[in-house]
Design a protein around this ligand. Structure first.
Ligand SMILES: C[S@@+](CC[C@H](N)C(=O)[O-])C[C@H]1O[C@@H](n2cnc3c(N)ncnc32)[C@H](O)[C@@H]1O
Length: 221
């Protein structure tokens, strides 16, 4: 998969993409991530990419020209263009699975007060990562790239993500490792029993209990 991230702060991504599973996925050519500074595409003599909002109001707004020209120059026939915005559809694991089947994603990071509304005309999808406002689209872009990359074939084992939270609208079951007793807290007996049927039953019941407690909305789906 190819992912192009349009940002005016490409350095923000360095740490996140140079460690652990994403780094390995890039090295193993499962994903190619390009950080593109759309300031390089501005026609403005002072390299400006933003301006004040028509009608007044606080903050600066990203201008359409640099982003339009940048997208035009990198777009492929199979590209899906995603605009990150708090007013987009709220991103979830189902969308991560769907997007992991795409060949080419172009992700646009807004900043400051946001972007000129006309930029939406070149986008296929508007996504929010949750009901709060961040200073820019860079962290949301990292969230998308991380959650999609781990679902690509050969990045992590299928069993690892098939049992993750949100599959079947349930949260994950509790997990334990050594030691058997830690500060007086014991690992549930059933996990030491070697009885796989009982373990499965216990885990499923725990998934239902935790989902009811923390995310009852998922059980209604
Ligand atoms: C300060 S925010 C702009 C907020 C905008 N005025 C609003 O109220 O919707 C600047 C940029 O950060 C990104 N951003 C902030 N919060 C986000 C979220 N929850 N999901 C996705 N992107 C977000 C978007 O790209 C946005 O254009």
């Amino acid at each position: 998969m190819r992912i192009d991230i349009l940002t005016i702060f490409p350095e923000m991504f360095t740490g996140v993409f140079s460690e652990s599973i994403i780094k390995r996925a890039m090295e193993n050519k499962k994903v190619q991530i390009n950080l593109i500074n759309f300031r390089d595409y501005t026609n403005d003599p002072h390299n400006k990419v933003d301006d004040t909002p028509y009608g007044g109001g606080a903050g600066m707004v990203l201008m359409p020209q640099p982003i339009f020209d940048c997208v035009k120059s990198i777009r492929t026939a199979e590209a899906k263009v995603i605009l990150l915005t708090p007013s987009g559809k709220v991103y979830n694991q189902r969308m991560a699975y769907d997007l992991s089947n795409e060949k080419h994603l172009i992700i646009i990071c807004g900043h400051y007060e946001g972007f000129d509304e006309r930029i939406k005309s070149i986008c296929d999808l508007e996504l929010s990562i949750g009901d709060y406002v961040l200073t820019g689209g860079e962290i949301p872009a990292m969230v998308l790239v991380d959650s999609i990359t781990r679902l690509l074939d050969g990045v992590i084992r299928d069993e690892s993500h098939i049992n993750d939270s949100f599959n079947n609208n349930l949260l994950d079951y509790p997990t334990y490792t050594k030691p058997r007793v830690y500060e007086g807290m014991e690992v549930p007996e059933v996990l030491l029993s070697g009885d796989h049927k009982k373990i499965e039953e216990y885990r499923h019941n725990e998934q239902i209990r935790i989902t009811k407690e923390n995310r009852p909305d998922l059980l209604d789906k």
